[in-house]
Design a protein around this ligand. Structure first.
Ligand code: AMP
Ligand code: GLY
Length: 409
């Protein structure tokens, strides 16, 4: 089968890397891809919009399009592909509202009795201000829309809440503040049946010890140490299964991978948010643990045959360390040269590219904020962490930095 992967980050490199190992994959394309993806797939640049993807898929006899990021899903790319008779991994625009609209998800949780923080949604900041004045702090203030992880403010004082509301245009959701360790759970859904891909723990803050601003993710560990088998099973029955049932009952069944961000509170798992795609860098650690053919799982998800899927996972723990360009998550310094990637891979680590390009002279340069995800497995988190940092330490990139505490205590 010929495959097209949409996206150009570390997540898409991990998907392409794993798909390349499948004997069933013939030609593998990625749009737009990056310098690392180009080593395992044919990178193509497509015009923006759904029509160009549909046309490319038809012209190149693509049997499956795997949509990596959320924006094309929210924009209806999966719908456009399916309407043209092309198999697409990822939800419809209607089902992608689980990520695209926090208000939609919160209402669904309320109707289906899914544990999540108490909330209220406001069309304007002024109405939200009165609500904040009448409630206990801290409160959590979120923009209602795709915000790339940067639209959340935890306000511990009235002044902080006011300042946050001043900067937010459009509708906002205000939530009660939950406490506990966080974990992310990844579940394939074919509209009816579910298949857990296991969990991961993300490191969202830019600095060691969880300091500094939020990022798209500076590293990950899989499985998430805090999500025991009992808690995972509770999250599946109390949160994910009723969500999938509610989506089907509404006539907008969810197909693809549902990424549940969970807070493990003293009373049990509660939903913080849904994403309707693989996480980045969580996908990198999940793919290293997967032993089975990835194509079988993706196709079963699209074709409604997940009930029969029996994926095999390594027992090992996987750790990924993100290397980011100087000044990330502010405007990153790009164009700097990265050396040592081969030396890093010689240690046994896998270096996924998240934001790179190859210069005419062959040098790999940084093109974005998050640039590499150096990933390794080990018998336990300590071994995996040591193996990942052994790779990191071979990367010769003065323009980059990483956290040193991924997978630490
Ligand atoms: P979100 O974009 O909704 O995933 O939120 C980003 C981060 O904000 C989460 O990973 C949590 O660390 C934090 N957060 C979000 N909602 C809450 C909440 N209700 N209580 C405490 N922390 C939260
Ligand atoms: N690492 C978080 C995300 O992909 O949304």
């Amino acid at each position: 089968m010929n495959i097209l992967v949409i996206g150009g980050g570390g997540r898409e490199h991990a998907l392409c890397w794993k798909l390349r190992q499948s004997a069933k994959v013939d030609r593998l394309f990625c749009a737009p891809g990056n310098a690392g993806i180009a080593q395992v797939a044919e990178c193509v640049s497509l015009d923006p919009g759904n029509a160009a993807v549909v046309e490319f898929a038809q012209t190149n006899d693509i049997g499956l399009v795997v949509i990596g990021p959320e924006q094309p899903l929210v924009d209806g790319l999966a719908d456009a592909l399916r309407a043209a008779g092309i198999r697409a991994f990822g939800p419809s625009a209607a089902a992608a509202r689980l990520e695209g609209s926090k208000g939609f998800t919160k209402s669904l949780c309320a109707r289906a009795n899914i544990p999540t923080a108490a909330f209220a949604r406001f069309d304007s900041a002024d109405a939200a201000r009165e609500y904040v004045a009448a409630h206990d702090l801290p409160v959590v203030i979120k923009a209602d829309g795709l915000a790339a992880g940067k639209g959340v403010v935890i306000a511990t004082t009235a002044a902080e809440a006011g300042a946050a509301l001043d900067t937010m245009a459009g509708p906002v959701v205000i939530e009660a503040f939950l406490t506990g360790p966080e974990a992310s759970l990844f579940v394939l859904c074919d509209g009816t049946d579910l298949l857990s891909l296991g969990s991961a723990q993300d490191y969202k803050r830019v600095g060691d010890g969880d300091t500094g601003p939020n990022t798209g993710g500076m590293g990950a560990v899989a499985p998430a140490p805090a999500l025991t088998a009992v808690l995972e099973s509770r999250a599946l029955t109390e949160i994910v299964a009723p969500t999938v049932a509610a989506m089907a009952a509404m006539g907008t069944p969810f197909t693809g991978v549902l990424f549940a961000g969970l807070m493990l509170t003293p009373t049990g798992p509660q939903l913080i948010e849904y994403n309707v795609r693989f996480g980045d860098p969580e996908c990198e650690v999940l793919m290293l643990r997967l032993e089975s053919d990835p194509l079988d799982l993706l196709v079963a998800t699209c074709d409604g045959t997940l009930a029969a899927a029996r994926p095999v996972w390594r027992d090992d723990t996987a750790v990924t360390v993100v290397m980011a360009a100087e000044n990330y998550p502010g405007l990153p310094v790009t164009g700097t040269v990265i050396a040592g990637i081969d030396a890093a891979e010689a240690t046994g680590a896998v270096v996924f590219h998240a934001g790179t390009a190859r210069r005419d002279d062959g040098a790999v340069i940084a093109t974005g904020g998050r640039v590499l995800a150096v990933t390794a497995i080990g018998a336990d988190v300590g071994e995996a962490r040591a193996a990942a940092y052994a790779g990191v330490d071979k990367i010769d990139w003065p323009g980059g930095f990483c956290r040193r505490d991924i997978g630490g205590e």
